[in-house]
Design a protein around this ligand. Structure first.
Ligand code: PMP
Length: 360
């Protein structure tokens, strides 16, 4: 069976060994006579998947004991409002770094709950780089500083998450680069990410939050209360059991493939391949992101004109390359090379790009 070279921005590809295992276990999970998705979320068998998935994320990302891992729903999008709903109080401001459309969306949602301020922005540069940011310039009444670690649409990424020398908690949207590199948790107090790029399939949102923050959350409806979900170990309501099961299998796969260092090396090798090709193409392919802000997950580029871009994308699609079109808001081309994209697929893409260039 021929599978596509999948460069989708999300949902993206799932490691093949994970799909195979899910298929093999589908009808009769561990001799239970049922699929995982057919088990009660209160059953011992499901609970073992649930807690193992959490433990393995902790192990891979070296999440310290003073932080809790939660499995929620509603995507990263719900976190845009859940974070301010829990932590933005009257008299405070939610402070945002604008590095792309997703940060803008996060700030807009927060404005429903209270005041917001913009600490830095690269909007005027069409988000081609990560904005210069100095946490010490954040307003004194900041409830938090929010940033987006990888900008899926523009293809930029913080090379390092800034060292937090302030007392203000830092919230990070890690939707498109979680599980691809090591995180220094001394600089992050709340992280969130939908699973559908690097951590499994759509349906579960991973939240990593410090216990200090949990203790400070505002009272409010339990369905959007971090402390309630933490207290009930993410079983306050029916969790997305099928998606969590896939996340568990993805964490097995990461552990079998060198853990976080393995993922980091893989991401670097793949992104280096593509950026090298772009840089050596005499301007035929033009990277969108400034060199020092380039993402190791989403490689964005353009061709000389839209006609050539369309021809490139049409030919690529014919040859089995999926998802290479840029986001509708920016156009151009984008190769998303999440953890599950095999290096050979990036090699195949590079060969195609070279070949297309030589024929044009
Ligand atoms: N933040 C970032 C950086 C994203 O890439 C995305 C999805 N592409 C989102 C937030 C929104 O995530 P979701 O669709 O899971 O709500």
């Amino acid at each position: 069976m021929k599978r596509a070279y999948n460069f989708n921005a999300g949902p993206g590809p799932v490691p093949e060994p994970v799909l195979i295992r899910a298929r093999d276990e589908m009808f009769n999970f561990e001799q239970s006579g049922a699929a995982v998705m057919e088990l009660s979320h209160r059953s011992k068998l499901y609970e073992s998947i649930h807690f193992q998935a959490m433990e393995q994320i902790r192990q891979i990302l070296d999440v310290p004991d003073h932080m809790e891992i939660l499995f929620l729903q509603g995507g990263a999008t719900l976190q845009f409002s859940m974070a301010p709903r829990n932590f933005l109080r009257k008299g405070q401001t939610g402070t945002y770094v604008l590095s792309g459309s997703w940060s803008e969306k996060a700030e807009k949602e927060a404005a429903y709950f209270g005041d917001t301020s913009i600490l830095s922005s690269s909007k005027e540069a069409n988000y081609a780089h990560i904005p210069d940011t100095d946490y010490s310039q954040a307003p004194d009444n900041s409830a938090y500083i929010h940033l987006t670690t990888n900008n899926t649409i523009f293809g930029t990424q913080w090379q390092d998450i800034p060292v937090n020398t302030t007392e203000i908690p830092v919230f990070a949207d890690m939707s498109s680069d979680i599980l691809s590199r090591r995180i220094d948790w001394t600089n992050v107090d709340l992280a969130y990410a939908g699973a559908q790029k690097n951590a499994g399939i759509a349906g579960v949102t991973i939240v990593i939050i410090s216990k200090d923050l949990l203790a400070k959350a505002e009272d409010g409806p339990p369905s959007t209360s971090y402390p309630v979900h933490a207290d009930k170990q993410s079983l306050y309501h029916t969790p997305p059991t099928g998606a969590i099961y896939i996340t568990k299998l993805v964490t097995d796969w990461i552990l079998e493939n060198g853990g976080i260092d393995g993922m980091e090396q893989r991401a670097k090798a793949k992104s280096d391949m593509l950026y090298r090709l772009i840089d050596n193409s005499d301007g035929f392919f033009r990277g969108h992101a400034d060199t020092h802000s380039r993402s190791s997950m989403n490689v964005t580029f353009r061709l000389e004109n839209e006609r050539l871009e369309k021809q490139f994308l049409d030919e690529a699609a014919d040859k089995g390359f999926m998802g290479l079109n840029g986001h509708r808001s920016v156009g151009g081309c984008r190769a998303s090379i999440y953890n599950a994209v095999p290096p050979e697929h990036v090699e195949a893409l590079c060969s195609f790009m070279e070949d297309f260039r030589s024929r044009s």
